[in-house]
Design a protein around this ligand. Sequence first.
Ligand SMILES: O=C(O)CCC(=O)C(=O)O
Ligand SMILES: [Fe+2]
Length: 334
Amino acid sequence: MDASLTASRNVQSNTKQQLALVPVIDLLSPGSAGAIADACRSHGFFKAVNHGMAVGITETLEAEAMAFFALPRGDKINSSFGFTKPLGYGCGNIGTNGDVGSLEYLIVSDTDNSTPTMPIALCHAMDAYMTIVQEVAGRVLELMAEGLGMEDTNVFRGMVHRDGSDELLRLNHYPPSLRLEEAPGTGFGEHTDPQLMSLLRSNSVSGLQIALRDGTWLPVAPDTESVFVNVGDAMQVLTNGRYRSVRHRVVAEPGTGEADVLSRLSTIYFGGPAPAERIVPVAGLMGALEVSEYMSFTWEEYKSAAYKTKLGACRLEPFLLKELGAEETTATSS
Ligand SMILES: O=C(O)CCC(=O)C(=O)O
Ligand SMILES: [Fe+2]
């Protein structure tokens, strides 16, 4: 066989194998910025180790969250009374457009301090967690900029860590008792996160899957010691498509015997900008002749458009500048 053909086949199959693995990045290693840029381009997702988050704080949050979700349903509903939707407690629904999932959740915002009747220990645990997760988010956002060779490595971090920025913390709990008869297996349906990026931690119960670029689903083994990073839609636009948001979902495992008593608990930090922030490709990143792939919009406009769609919709699609051609459009919306 032609040696160059064999070599090219090997490269293709190596690339496929590499894609099938979740990139693992040591945030303290000297090459982390480059490795993060590669992962954000290829997967829009990676696992961060050596992130420096205090174990005690994450364990306390997990314990307080489990205690909260163990409360009677009425108490959980009452405890988030006063929150403006989508903040607060919810069960079975995801958003307001008919999406369902086998989970209950609690969403709080960093700027909305109206936590009227939530258990005080849980509030403290969430505050403490928010402080440490924001530090990791800042570091990751800086490395994301550095990996693109940007002169100002504070651009993304500055958007998310600013007065009035839209930072959320979400606790998701998937008890076997909530498994859906009408849509078995649906823990949390496939979607991309709209923000710049999300940081996800979970207990040791599996379920998270990410979509690779070829559309295949890759199960992500849970790892209680690591933080998983999702590239969000806003980052895709800010980098004019260099970094791609990742489609992901949670599959509710059928569970047998022992596994039936295990519930997945995940904690997700979403790093979004202030409502009036304009989401356009960062000027310092654009080549001389490069044009934006997207219309100009504010975070507020994007968020309200996203909330009107079904969870699995390609939410960036309506903002694509179609002149780029049909092929480009299809590739970007995946
Ligand atoms: O609960 C999980 O593990 C992931 C959920 C998720 O993707 C989300 O809340 O946006
Ligand atoms: Fe998500």
